[in-house]
Design a protein around this ligand. Structure first.
Ligand code: AHR
Length: 519
């Protein structure tokens, strides 16, 4: 109690951050001229499954809705997603994808068959948001399409037809049908998932069974749009299990001319207990620290799977695509069963930053990722309630990290120190740096300690810095949230670091995320 009062007081009086900072500032050094790999913008991808209110209401309200929309897609959500420069959106699932039949989602909307969504609450799937609506949506937000095809309950012919329908410029029967449905030009499909969790909801296949399917789908689900190269992503591991990683990479290494892939998926959520029972708000410091500790496990997962991939693919041709990640917490009390609705707190902002930092440190191999999920589901960017919309702390981290999209990763040296909570020990600080295409260097700093501000002094080798300006995301409490009634409890504030004698110094509030540009 006393601890949380002190924490709140420190944040109210911003100057207190300096007083509360420990005497030993964390020294950070960055080489501005370093030549690391590019942090692929696709690492900041989103995931929109037909699940709960993720698509229906979250994205799609229909052209006749009172909610301002463009061809049925809500304008407020589009504007918010454009601001975070979403590189790609994965759709239609998730588990939903392996029961999705694309033909149900084309043609006149009032003639589409209602079907079921057995994975997620058993609700009716109206199929009003289908292929054309999704492609229109990604075009409206300026993102690429990442489609997941149905390997679990579909057929190779169904998948092949969908790809021909979408991508061929030739006047085939399927292209003519596409044109009759309003889109004569071929669509670009940048990423194609060859199944989803085939070890689980996607068919409970052993690694070898999946590899047999993979070869067939990778051959026949062809891209005919030469203007848009398409990367095919094979189903990969569930967490730490390397069975799928070994089997897919081995098959790829020994592949014939007849098939290929460009990526391997990894799914890993921050979930401490199953079913998810950690509360999304109203939690104590032990749960705060436990969730952050579990999040940091992403580092060992990525390292483990990368090591297996390195054995078969030392040139890193195949990307590791972490296309489902994020905190999976207890559902919001009273929310519908199977809708996976959960609040999003300042702790989630740190979960996002720590994961993005891990992906950046593995930029040579991790070249795409998708947080689960974009709107109203799991660790969402955005919540909607009818005509209202609110941006979550996680959204703000994605916004602050925009400068890292396609920037060159720069190695950072620092002694993180330790944050202790009971028996748990975590690094006190996390930091990444990158150089954007204009030569400007950006640093992202996460102070994990919810009780102590952290002062940092940063030396940037190879570049004179005149100004160090950015944004910081702190909150009254580590479980603070934005709501429809109070949407600006957790929002980024400007921060200016001191530049003197070749050092950049700043105070980072407890449990905060800060991004600073060095000019
Ligand atoms: O994101 C929710 C679900 O989690 C997805 O449908 C599935 O792929 C995963 O198990």
């Amino acid at each position: 109690m006393i601890r949380s009062m002190r924490y709140a007081l420190c944040l109210v009086a911003f100057a207190c951050a300096a007083m509360a900072a420990d005497k030993n500032a964390v020294s950070i050094s960055v080489d501005a001229a370093g030549a690391g790999p590019k942090i692929d913008r696709n690492v900041f991808g989103q995931f929109a499954e037909h699940l709960g209110r993720g698509v229906y209401e979250g994205v799609w309200v229909g052209p006749d809705s009172k909610i301002p929309n463009t061809r049925g897609v809500r304008n407020d959500v589009v504007a918010a997603l454009k601001a975070i420069k979403v590189p790609n959106v994965r759709w239609p699932g998730g588990c939903f994808a392996d029961e999705y039949h694309w033909r149900n989602g084309i043609g006149p909307r009032d003639q589409r068959p209602p079907t079921l969504n057995p994975n997620w609450g058993g609700v009716i799937e109206p199929n009003t948001f289908g292929t054309h609506e999704f492609m229109d949506f990604v075009q409206q937000i300026g993102a690429d399409a990442y489609l997941s095809i149905n390997v679990g309950s579909g057929t190779p012919a169904e998948a092949a037809d969908w790809l021909e329908y979408l991508t061929t410029p030739q006047p085939t029967a399927l292209a003519k049908e596409r044109a009759a449905n309003g889109h004569p030009a071929p669509y670009p499909v940048a990423l194609l998932g060859l199944g989803n969790e085939s070890w689980g909801c996607g068919g409970s296949m052993t690694p070898d069974e999946y590899v047999n399917h993979l070869k067939v789908y990778a051959r026949y689900a062809r891209n005919y749009n030469t203007a848009q190269p398409m990367r095919r992503i094979a189903v990969g591991p569930d967490g730490a299990d390397t069975g799928y990683t070994e089997a897919v990479m081995k098959a790829w290494k020994n592949k014939t001319w007849a098939w290929d892939i460009e990526g391997l998926s990894l799914h890993s959520y921050t979930v401490v207990k199953w079913p998810p029972s950690f509360k999304a708000t109203g939690f104590d410091e032990t749960e705060y620290a436990t969730i952050l500790k579990a999040t940091l496990n992403m580092e060992s997962l990525v390292s483990t799977h990368s090591a297996v991939m390195d054995r078969y693919d030392p040139d890193k041709k195949i990307a590791l695509v972490v296309d489902e990640w994020g905190a999976w917490l207890a559902p919001t009390p009273g929310s519908p069963e199977g809708f996976l609705e959960q609040q999003n707190s300042q702790r989630d902002a740190l979960v996002a930053a720590l994961n993005l930092n891990i992906f950046a440190r593995h930029a040579a191999r991790v070249r795409a990722a998708n947080i689960a999920q974009m709107v109203n589901v799991l660790q969402a960017m955005i919540f909607t309630r009818q005509e209202k919309m609110v941006l979550t702390p996680t959204y703000h981290v994605f916004h602050m990290y925009v400068p890292f999209q396609d920037a060159t990763f720069l190695p950072v040296q620092f002694e993180a120190g330790t944050y202790k909570s009971g028996d748990l020990e975590l690094p006190r600080l996390d930091a990444i740096a990158a150089r954007d295409s204009t030569g400007k260097v950006w640093v992202a700093l996460t102070n994990l300690d919810p009780n102590r501000a952290a002062s940092i002094d940063l030396a940037l080798a190879g570049k004179r810095v005149a100004r160090a300006v950015g944004q910081t995301l702190a909150a009254p409490k580590f479980d603070s949230v934005n709501t429809f009634e109070s949407p600006a409890v957790v929002v980024p504030k400007p921060i200016t670091a001191k530049v003197a004698g070749g050092k950049i110094t700043a105070n980072l509030a407890p449990a905060s995320v800060t991004v600073i540009g060095l000019e």
